[in-house]
Design a protein around this ligand. Structure first.
Ligand code: B1M
Length: 208
């Protein structure tokens, strides 16, 4: 039986096939899905550190990210709790100009696991697209992710768009590596969470 360290190595090396082969085995063995996720997150942290030091470049990062997404797709059904119909709809996306979607996918997965209906708009999502979708589905909240300092202003524009459209009752949550609580306060968003697990706590407290 494979070890979790093999999953870390496979994600890091961008070996999607290995990820696809071994993740179902971990799930069948009853290993906690958080542990499986952790093994992949360790790999992405290492990828980030190497990328920063110019030890690897965009293609390697992209290949690792794809391997991680493959693992996340397999894990999703396990993380999503069975049972009650979701009471709240949440629209999620990475903001305009930003293509990073791994963290956003993770947040979406955790929200599904907490029994929210998640409408994922993907990445590079303009403020008006968030607005239209939130209106269309009657969302309780929108969740904005940004990984680039240069795309954070799109969060400001999205908060503004919701306020101007009179949708102030739809909670706007922000997060992503460069985002902070003080940025959240500054732009008038309703909530900030530093990671996917606390995003669930935050949205639950905002909606309750
Ligand atoms: Co890019 N990238 N990237 N990248 N990339 C970063 C973010 C960077 C920090 C790398 C570095 O320089 N050290 C840097 C940003 C610098 C900055 O602005 N401060 C950077 C850069 C510069 C770029 C490009 C500009 C590079 C270039 O082309 N020269 C370019 C931009 C493209 C674009 O978006 N327009 C680019 C491209 C890419 C790839 C396409 C190659 C790839 C993305 C693939 C994909 O996502 N499908 C990529 C990747 C993978 C990274 C790193 C290595 C990893 C990001 C990641 O997935 N982390 C990253 C370096 C790093 O972070 N160490 C880097 C794992 C993920 C689980 O974490 O997304 O932070 P994260 O999510 C966390 C929390 O932030 C939080 O929850 C998650 C954990 O639980 N969270 C939320 C996220 N969203 C939330 C929303 C919430 C709450 C919590 O709402 C409430």
């Amino acid at each position: 039986m494979a070890e979790l360290s093999e999953l870390t190595a496979a994600v890091q090396a961008g070996k999607r096939k290995i990820v696809k082969d071994i993740v179902p085995g971990f799930i069948d063995e009853g290993i906690a899905p958080e542990k499986i996720l952790d093994a992949m997150l360790v790999a992405m942290n290492e990828i980030g550190a190497k990328f920063k030091k110019n030890e690897i470049f965009v293609p390697e990062v992209l290949i690792a990210a794809r391997a991680m997404n493959t693992g996340m797709e397999l894990l999703e059904p396990v993380l999503v709790a069975a049972g009650l119909e979701p009471e709240h709809k949440v629209v999620i996306g990475t903001v305009k100009g930003d293509l990073h979607d791994i963290g956003k996918n993770l947040v979406g997965m955790m929200l599904k696991g907490a029994n929210f209906e998640v409408i994922d708009l993907g990445s590079d999502v303009a403020p008006e697209v968030f607005l239209e979708k939130a209106k269309e589905v009657g969302a309780s909240a929108i969740v904005l992710s940004a990984l680039l300092t240069t795309t954070m202003p799109s969060m400001t524009d999205t908060v503004k768009a919701f306020k101007e459209a009179g949708l102030g009752d739809v909670k706007v949550m922000v997060g992503g590596a460069p985002v902070t609580q003080s940025f959240c306060d500054e732009i008038g968003a309703d909530g900030y969470a530093p990671d996917a697990a606390s995003a669930v706590d935050c949205i639950q407290s905002l909606i309750a």
